[in-house]
Design a binder for this molecule. Structure first.
Ligand code: 13P
Length: 249
């Protein structure tokens, strides 16, 4: 499977910075001499159209960081999957731990968002992962398996979405699980997905949380890791390009 390297820019930067980064990646892509992974950039809402315009003839896709489950209506401040598709997004991150934490999103709304994104033709990237306490008390596998069961709608097709394992304590902290832990959890995710859905082993499973140019290759080389969801490092042109180049497939 061709790997995925996805940059989540979160609520960072200015329009000029977003345009500069997108142009920088475009130039690197045009000069690339080796096969590249799927690359997806997820800027914040106001910069989506500028970034999409810059990357429109390139193999880099653009995604959003969230969506509302309804197609349209009186939902002040929200953006629907249909609107994201309309401006040219191909992907949308759903259930990121920062949405769960700061916007109190739970399984019911996450499932609806995934359903609405798939229905309209966007590929959701579902984020799951345990918190520090759950990790310390050895409950990671249980939490991950529980989240897969509760957050995923049951009747989806494998090519329609991706799943990212992002331990909350690893996000933005400079800490990562050991390679052995990542391998074990990603293996469990593949197993759970393949028992829940026909062809579920084909669902790309990504790792996210303090990915850097230094650790990217080791993580990407693990079995069952089909890509990376990168926060901070995706805002730095040279570093993210190194992460992209760490991918083997
Ligand atoms: P960092 O790479 O900054 O730890 O963020 C990870 C993340 O939350 C990506 O969605």
């Amino acid at each position: 499977m061709q790997q995925y390297i996805i940059g989540n820019w979160k609520m960072n930067g200015t329009k000029a910075e977003a345009q500069k980064l997108a142009t920088g990646f475009l130039n690197r892509i045009q000069e690339a001499t080796r096969p590249l992974p799927h690359i997806v950039l997820c800027p914040s809402y106001p910069y989506l159209t500028s970034v999409i315009e810059i990357l429109k003839h390139s193999p880099i896709d653009v995604g959003a960081q969230d969506c509302h489950p309804e197609k349209s209506g009186a939902f002040t401040g929200d953006v629907s999957a249909a609107q994201l598709l309309d401006v040219g997004c191909k992907y949308v991150i759903i259930g990121h731990s920062e949405r769960r934490r700061y916007h109190h999103e739970g399984s019911a709304i996450i499932r609806r968002k995934i359903e609405s994104a798939i229905k309209i033709g966007l590929r959701p990237i579902l984020c799951i992962g345990e918190n520090a306490e759950e990790h310390k008390t050895g409950r990671t596998l249980h939490i991950v398996s529980q989240q897969l069961a509760s957050d995923l709608p049951s009747d989806q097709k494998p090519h329609e979405f991706l799943v990212a394992y992002e331990p909350l304590w690893a996000i933005g902290s400079g800490q990562t699980p050991s390679l052995k832990e990542v391998e074990e959890i990603m293996g469990l995710m593949k197993y759970e997905l393949s028992t829940r859905l026909l062809g579920g082993a084909l669902i790309p499973t990504l790792y996210g949380g303090s990915v850097t140019a230094e650790n990217a290759a080791d993580i990407l080389n693990l079995p069952h890791v089909d890509g990376l969801l990168v926060g901070g490092a995706s805002l730095k042109l040279d570093e993210f390009w190194e992460v992209i180049n760490a991918s083997e497939r």
